[in-house]
Design a protein around this ligand. Structure first.
Ligand code: ATP
Length: 322
């Protein structure tokens, strides 16, 4: 994970003295003649879990790889932990944890052996007492691999290998963690344990930027959702904020004297307060529902694509009428 012989971090974007760990402005990426990223802007702060969503091919991995320093951007300003990732040196890299979409090396090593080895590597850079590398036994327990400590990496199952990838990503106690579809192949129990682990890591003031296609997972983990489509961020907000933006209405359901009621309201809190004022103990099975992240995501992406289609039709009409 270390790239030797690189320059040490350059200064960040001039004038930035706040606590931003990620600062991306007008990021552009062109492959050949195709613009995959056409002006992506967002930021991230300590302890924030940011989930990047978007259809296949939207450019999520491209964005993450640019921020990791693995891919050169075409244009735009990117600052990650105060440095341009294209020029981040070893010291900078030791502050960043990475779980790639697929990572198929080190197969001859044993699980504990490799984690201990990487821990030593990170220890050389760990000046902050709060960011010393994980104790390997604690780490193995945290990712559910205690039983595989002495197994060859090549013998791990798909889900165990993914847990191991996560262990490699966090062993150095990073300030910033990139997770590209980290739970692909996890069974439900491993997924739940992973979610607890993500919360713990974020509680440690680590910024987490992750991609997933599991919208239920995104809703559980994200402080902030970014939706990438058509090369730009079409939505940026907490799952609740995005849900309110798509549908201002919440649905309140309750039972009263054995009858089930449903009511849509823009102010669920005031409505429920009134309901209890009127019926107090008579109310049971109360539920307040907003659009799920899945509903919100589908609506936003479909609206965006419909907008693009009608803009293309308008442009076609203008061109053909000339
Ligand atoms: N090295 C490359 N050369 C040319 N095109 C590329 C390259 N890497 C990615 N692309 C293209 O860029 C687009 C974005 O790819 P990327 O992998 O970033 O998308 P993604 O949002 O992560 O997709 P997925 O959800 O399928 O993982 C795709 O159309 C892909 O084919």
């Amino acid at each position: 994970m270390f790239l030797v012989g690189e320059a040490e971090p350059s200064a960040g974007i001039p004038g930035d003295d706040d606590d931003r760990t990620i600062d991306v402005r007008d990021l552009r990426m062109r492959y050949g003649t195709t613009d995959v990223l056409a002006g992506v802007t967002f930021d991230g702060r300590p302890g924030e879990v940011i989930v990047l969503l978007g259809p296949n091919g939207a450019g999520k991995t491209t964005t993450i790889e640019i921020l990791e320093g693995f891919r050169m951007r075409s244009a735009g300003e990117v600052t990650v932990l105060g440095a341009d990732p294209a020029r981040g040196g070893e010291r900078w890299r030791a502050r960043v944890g990475i779980v790639l979409q697929s990572w198929r090396d080190h197969s001859k090593w044993r699980v504990r052996e490799l984690l201990e080895h990487l821990g030593l590597y990170y220890r050389a850079f760990a000046t902050d007492p709060g960011r010393q590398p994980w104790d390997v036994d604690d780490l193995l327990a945290a990712v559910g691999l205690t039983g595989q400590a002495n197994a060859k990496i090549s013998s791990l199952s798909g889900g165990q290998r993914r847990r191991f990838d996560v262990a490699i990503g966090i062993v150095g106690h990073p300030e910033l963690l990139f997770l590209d579809e980290p739970t692909a192949g996890f069974d439900p129990e491993a997924r739940r344990e992973f979610h607890d682990l993500v919360h713990e890591i974020a509680d440690d003031e680590t910024t987490i930027l992750m991609t997933t296609h599991d919208l239920d997972e995104a809703e559980k983990l994200a402080d902030r959702i970014l939706i990438l489509a058509g090369g730009t961020i079409i939505a940026d907000g907490s799952p609740d904020e995005l849900s309110r933006r798509v549908s201002g209405q919440a649905e309140v359901r309750w039972c009263l004297d054995g009858t089930r009621y449903v009511h849509s309201t823009g102010d669920a809190t005031a409505f429920v307060r009134d309901l209890f004022r009127q019926h107090d103990d008579g109310i049971s099975d109360l539920e307040v529902r907003r659009a799920s992240l899945e509903d919100t995501y589908m609506t936003m992406v479909q609206q965006f694509e419909a907008g693009r289609r009608s803009a293309a039709v308008r442009e076609f009409e203008v061109v053909t009428s000339r």
